[in-house]
Write a protein that binds this ligand. Structure first.
Ligand code: BGC
Length: 736
C-alpha cells in the first residue's frame, strides 16, 4: 500500500514539475505546433542567445583545449540555453552506428551496422527503417540528440571513398532507402541530418573541388535523391557539403540552399555546415546557411562575432538571424528534443543484432554460382583463406567509423596514421558452426603458394578478399588492393571449387572471374556479417541482395576513367584554422543525369555486373506486365513467380524509357521485394512517382511531362528486362 501511495505521490510531483515547467516555458507545451513554440521561445531570446544557437564546436579536445564543457564527446556540440529550457545539441556520427572519434568517450562501443551499400542491396525500406531505429536508440541512450547520418549522395564514381556510406547510383533507390533510414532514426527522439548537400561525389580534393553540372540534370539525379529522401524521412537538419557546386561553395550556394531546398522544396528546418565547410559570414548567411558546425575547422568563426558584426553593419538583416534560430528551434521542438530527456530506457541490443544480421544476410549479393553454392551439408573439408576471416570482417574508415560492441577484432595498419578496423564475428567460427561435420582450416593468405597448397587439399575453398575505403581518399583503381588478384589466381588454379567472398567498399574488377566457381559480394557487413556469410554458404539463408551500383569491366568504361584532382598534393580533408584550401579545380560532370547504369545504357557498354543484379538459390519468372494510366498516375503491374525449388526472395524491377525530347534514357521507376515459396506467384503493383515520368525544365523551374509514347520494361536487373508495355502520356506540368 505504501508503495502505491509513494507512486501516486511521485506521479503528482512529476506532473507538478511538468506543469511548473510549462508555466515557466509555455513553448514546452508539446500540443502546440512546433513553429508556434519556436516563435514563443525566440521572442524571449537575446541576440547573444540567438547567436549561440547558430555555431557549434568540435566536441573533443582540440587545439590544446579540453573537450568543451557540457559536451558528451563526439563530432559536435552546440550549447543550449538553460534559462529558456532549450537543450544543447549533442551531435554524433552516423548511420552505420554511433561513432566514438579518437576514443573521446573512453571504451564506449556501439553496434557496427553493415555499410549503406549492404543496406541498399537489400532494396528493403523496412530494413533501412529498422537500422535507423537501432542506431537512433543507441545514440539516444548515450545522450545524443542529433545523428549526423542520412548520407544520400549519389554514387557517381565507383572509386568514391565514401561509397560504403552512400546507398546507390540511382535517385529513387537512394531516396527511398535514405529517407526510410532517417525516419527510423527520428522515431527515437533524435534529429537526423541528411548529407552532404550536394554533389560530394568524390573525396579527392573535396574541399577544393567545384562540381560543374547542368542544373536540370542534377535535379533529375543527385538532387532528386535528396528530394525523395527529404519527403520520406523529413530530416531535421540538412548538412551542406565541402565542395562547390557550379562555382559557389555548397554552404553559401544560393541556388542550392535558398532556391531549391528552402523555396522549391519548402524545407522548414535548418541547414548546418559540414565540419570545415564554411568560407564566409555574409555570403553564407544570405545564401541561407543556418548553423556553422565544428567552427574550429573553419578559417574564422564566421557565425560568431563576425555574424554579430555583420548584423550591426546591416550586411546581414537581423531577421535572418531570427530565421536561423527559428529553424533550429522548430526542428528541436518538432523532433521532441525539448520534451523527451529520459535516456534511461535500456537499449535493446538483441534487436540491434537481429537488424544487423538481417541486413547483412539480405544485402549480400550472389554474383556468380557455377553450382558450387550452397555448399553441400556433407562437405568434409573446407579452408577459409585471407582477410582476417579468422577474426572478423572489415569496416570503412573516417568519421563514420564505429568501435564495435565486443571490441575491435583486428587492426591492419594503413600508412602511418590510419588503420583498417575489423568488426567482430569471426566468419571462420561461423562457418564451423554451419558445417559441424567438416574440418575447417584457415590460412591468412599472405603467401599465395601456401594458400594454394591448403586450397588443393580441401573439398571447397572460401577465399576472403577485401578493399579498405575511407573518407578523405578515393580508391586510385578498382583493382583489389595489394596482391589479392594473384592470390585469387593461385587459389582458384589449385582448387576451382572456390567461392570468392568480396568484402569491399564498392565495385571492384575481377580479372579472375571465370576461374572462380562462385562469387559473393558481402560489402562491409557489420558485426553480424560473419554469421550472415556462413548462413549463405550453407544455404541456411537464400541470397536476396541485388546490386545498387554497376560493376564495370574496366575503368575505361566510366565517364571519367581517372579520378580527377590530385590525390597526393592538394588537401583532401578540411584544413585547420589558418590553413589554406588551395586553388579550386573544376570537375565537369558532363554525363549529367546519366549516372551508373544510365551511362552504360547510353553508351551501349556491357558491365561486369549490372545495377539490380543478384542471383538466388531459386529462380524467378515475370509475366503479365501492364501499365495502367490515369492522368499522371501510372501504375506498373506484373506477376512474379518462383520457378525454382527453394523458397526465395524475388526483386522485380520496373524501368522506363521516354519518347524523343523527354530525356528519359532508362530510369528505375519502382520495385518490390517478394518472398515466394516454390511454385508460388504473386501480383505486384507499383505506383510511379510522376517526377520519374517527367523532365526538369530549368527555365520554368518545374517538372514537365512530355507527350508521347513511353516504354515500361520489367525484369530482374537493369539489363535483363524482357517484358515491355507501352503507354501514352499527355503533356503536363508538375509543381517544382
Ligand atoms: C564529414 C561528415 C561528418 C562530420 C562530423 C565531416 O568530415 O564529412 O560526414 O558528419 O565530419 O564528423
Amino acid at each position: 500500500m505504501r508503495g502505491v501511495l509513494r507512486a501516486v505521490f511521485l506521479a503528482l510531483l512529476a506532473s507538478a514539475r511538468v506543469s511548473a515547467a510549462h508555466q515557466e516555458w509555455p513553448w514546452n507545451d508539446a500540443s502546440l505546433p512546433p513553429a508556434q513554440r519556436a516563435q514563443m521561445a525566440l521572442d524571449q531570446m537575446t541576440e547573444q542567445e540567438k547567436l549561440s544557437l547558430v555555431h557549434g564546436v568540435i566536441a573533443a579536445p582540440w587545439g590544446g583545449k579540453p573537450k568543451p564543457d557540457g559536451s558528451i564527446g563526439s563530432a559536435g556540440y552546440v550549447p543550449g540555453i538553460p534559462r529558456l529550457g532549450i537543450p544543447a545539441l549533442q551531435e554524433t556520427d552516423a548511420e552505420l552506428g554511433v561513432a566514438n572519434p579518437g576514443d573521446v568517450r573512453p571504451g564506449d562501443t556501439a553496434t557496427a551496422m553493415p555499410s549503406d551499400l549492404a543496406l541498399a542491396s537489400t532494396w528493403s525500406p523496412e530494413l533501412a527503417r529498422l537500422q535507423g531505429q537501432s542506431v537512433g536508440a543507441e545514440a539516444h541512450a548515450k545522450g545524443f540528440n542529433v545523428l549526423l547520418g542520412g548520407a544520400a549522395n549519389l554514387i557517381r564514381d565507383p572509386r568514391g571513398g565514401r561509397n560504403f556510406e552512400y546507398f546507390s547510383e540511382d535517385p529513387l533507390l537512394t531516396g527511398i532507402m535514405a529517407g526510410s533510414l532517417i525516419g527510423g532514426v527520428q522515431s527515437r527522439h533524435i534529429i537526423s541530418t541528411i548529407k552532404h548537400f550536394a554533389l560530394n561525389a568524390q573525396e579527392t580534393d573535396r574541399v577544393v573541388l567545384d562540381a560543374r553540372i547542368d542544373p536540370a540534370a542534377t535535379r533529375e539525379s543527385d538532387l532528386l535523391a535528396f528530394e525523395i529522401a527529404l519527403e520520406r524521412g523529413r530530416p531535421g537538419g540538412v548538412m551542406c557539403a565541402y565542395n562547390q557546386v557550379n562555382g559557389s561553395y555548397s554552404c553559401e550556394n544560393n541556388w542550392l540552399l535558398n532556391e531549391v531546398l528552402k523555396t522549391d522544396w519548402g524545407y522548414p528546418y535548418f541547414v548546418m555546415s559540414d565540419w570545415g565547410a564554411v568560407h564566409s559570414t555574409v555570403r553564407s548567411a544570405i545564401a541561407c546557411l543556418d548553423q556553422e558546425s565544428g567552427e574550429q575547422l573553419d578559417t574564422e568563426n564566421f557565425f560568431a562575432a563576425p555574424l554579430s558584426q555583420a548584423i550591426a553593419d546591416g550586411a546581414v538583416p537581423e531577421g535572418r538571424l531570427d530565421d536561423m534560430a527559428r529553424r533550429i528551434l522548430i526542428s528541436i521542438f518538432a523532433h521532441g528534443l525539448a520534451d523527451k530527456t529520459d535516456v534511461s530506457e535500456p537499449v535493446d541490443f538483441a534487436a540491434s543484432d537481429r537488424t544487423a544480421l538481417a541486413i547483412a544476410r539480405e544485402g549480400t549479393v550472389l554474383l556468380r554460382n557455377q553450382g558450387l553454392l550452397p555448399l553441400p551439408a556433407d562437405t568434409r573439408s573446407l579452408v577459409a583463406i585471407g582477410a582476417h576471416a579468422d577474426r572478423g570482417v572489415p569496416s570503412g574508415g573516417g568519421s563514420s567509423q564505429v568501435i564495435p560492441r565486443g571490441g575491435i577484432a583486428a587492426k591492419e595498419q594503413i600508412g602511418e596514421n590510419q588503420a583498417m578496423i575489423f568488426d567482430p564475428g569471426s566468419p571462420l567460427e561461423a562457418i564451423r558452426l554451419q558445417f559441424p561435420h567438416a574440418r575447417v582450416d584457415f590460412d591468412d593468405g599472405s603467401i599465395p603458394a601456401r594458400a594454394a597448397e591448403a586450397a588443393a587439399k580441401a573439398d571447397a575453398v572460401i577465399l576472403f578478399v577485401d578493399q579498405w575505403m575511407t573518407e578523405s581518399a578515393d580508391a586510385q583503381s578498382l583493382s583489389l588492393p595489394g596482391e589479392q588478384d594473384k592470390l585469387v589466381e593461385a587459389v582458384t588454379r589449385a582448387n576451382p571449387r572456390t567461392v570468392v567472398v568480396l568484402e569491399t567498399g564498392g565495385p571492384v574488377l575481377m580479372p579472375w572471374l571465370e576461374k572462380a566457381a562462385a562469387v559473393l559480394e558481402a560489402w562491409y557487413p557489420g558485426q553480424m556479417g560473419g554469421e550472415a556469410i556462413a548462413a549463405i554458404l550453407s544455404g541456411a539463408a537464400n541470397p536476396s541482395g541485388r546490386l545498387p551500383v554497376t560493376f564495370p569491366v574496366s575503368e575505361d568504361q566510366l565517364p571519367h576513367p581517372k579520378i580527377r584532382g590530385d590525390p597526393s598534393g592538394a588537401p583532401s580533408g578540411p584544413v585547420g584554422r589558418g590553413g589554406h584550401y588551395g586553388a579550386m579545380f573544376t570537375a565537369v560532370y558532363s554525363e549529367g543525369a546519366a549516372v551508373g547504369y544510365k551511362w552504360f545504357f547510353e553508351r551501349g557498354e556491357q558491365p561486369l555486373f549490372p545495377f539490380g543484379f543478384g542471383l538466388s538459390y531459386s529462380t524467378f519468372a515475370l509475366s503479365e506486365l501492364a501499365a495502367n494510366v490515369s492522368g499522371q498516375t501510372v501504375t506498373a503491374r506484373a506477376t512474379v513467380r518462383n520457378s525454382g525449388k527453394r523458397a526465395g526472395t524475388a526483386i522485380p524491377q520496373f524501368y522506363l524509357t521516354g519518347p524523343n525530347g523527354a530525356n528519359i534514357l532508362l530510369r528505375l521507376v519502382g520495385w518490390d521485394r517478394v518472398d515466394l515459396e516454390p511454385g508460388e506467384h504473386r501480383g505486384v503493383a507499383v505506383s510511379i512517382d510522376p517526377r520519374l515520368l517527367a523532365t526538369f525544365d530549368q527555365g520554368a523551374r518545374r517538372w514537365q511531362i512530355q507527350p508521347g509514347s513511353y516504354k515500361l520494361t520489367a525484369g530482374f536487373d537493369s539489363r535483363q528486362r524482357e517484358l515491355t508495355a507501352n503507354f501514352e502520356l499527355q503533356p503536363a506540368s508538375l509543381p517544382p
